[in-house]
Design a protein around this ligand. Structure first.
Ligand code: 2OP
Length: 254
């Protein structure tokens, strides 16, 4: 029986591309490049920090990655502008399918497990108004190690009391899908960019831009042995998928 449905945050519920507008306003003509390199570097730094045993929270990682990215363009913005751009990560927009899906799943134990720091996640769910849907919003801060390190996924059982095979984990991040599956969760992958659509995009492009590279590197299923149990194209299809599973309802308050 599934006792908890646990969502990844960045890229799954929240659109990391939505920082693009703030970045484009700050650095005209460079929005797409900065958005993609920033996210790629942010994840890379999280993995490097886990491997080096040198944890700094995701806010520090996010800022280091932004410094790196702007540095590749020779940009050294004044502090106020840097902060404004960094802060955009706390105001990401939820995907349009997120709110309705979470509403349709009411009555089940819903939670987030994210690389985001506690402060970032609080700001994110509050700013987007999605906070009301979650029984728990869990940060890897508790373990000082990033997904997909196996220790990060242990937080779910420690906080929710649900064993790995009692959890349906939902993510669109290939590395997180592989990690969660390796840990023993049931995994639903949200396929935001189908492989065939990416193939057509590449075939039709005169040159391959940063966004296409990002889709190729981060939004495809990893070619590793840990495969998701379910693949759906959007969060809108999650309630239908879950209707077919044995999911424990939570007691309603009177
Ligand atoms: C998250 O932890 C993996 O960035 C993604 O929310």
């Amino acid at each position: 029986m599934i006792k908890a449905i646990v969502f990844d945050a960045y890229g799954t519920l929240y659109d990391v591309q939505s920082v693009g507008e703030v970045i484009e306003a700050a650095f005209p003509e460079r929005g797409e490049y900065i958005t993609q390199v920033w996210r790629l570097k942010q994840l890379e730094y999280s993995w490097l920090r886990s491997m080096m045993g040198e944890f700094e929270d995701f806010w520090a990682v996010t800022r280091e990655a932004l410094h790196y990215t702007l540095g590749t363009l020779g940009l050294r913005p004044e502090e106020a502008l840097f902060e404004r751009v960094a802060e955009a990560y706390n105001r990401l927009l939820p995907y349009p399918d997120a709110e309705a899906a979470l509403t349709a799943l009411a009555g089940r134990r819903l939670a987030i497990l994210s690389n985001g720091s506690n402060d970032m996640l609080s700001a994110l769910v509050r700013n987007s108004g999605l906070d009301q849907h979650f029984h728990a919003v869990m940060s890897v801060d508790a373990k000082r190690v990033y997904k997909p390190d196996m220790r990060s996924y242990e937080i779910v059982e420690e906080k929710l009391g649900a064993k790995p095979d009692e959890v349906l984990f939902v993510s669109s991040n290939g590395f997180d899908v592989a990690g969660a599956k390796r840990f023993g969760f049931h995994v639903a992958r949200i396929e935001r960019v189908p492989a065939a659509a990416l193939k057509d995009e590449i075939a039709g492009a005169a040159t391959i831009g940063p966004l296409t590279m990002f889709k190729a590197l981060r939004l495809q299923e990893e070619a590793m042995s840990q495969r998701p149990d379910f693949v759906i194209s959007s969060l809108s299809l999650l309630p239908g998928l879950i209707d077919g599973l044995d999911v424990e309802p939570i007691a309603r308050s009177a």
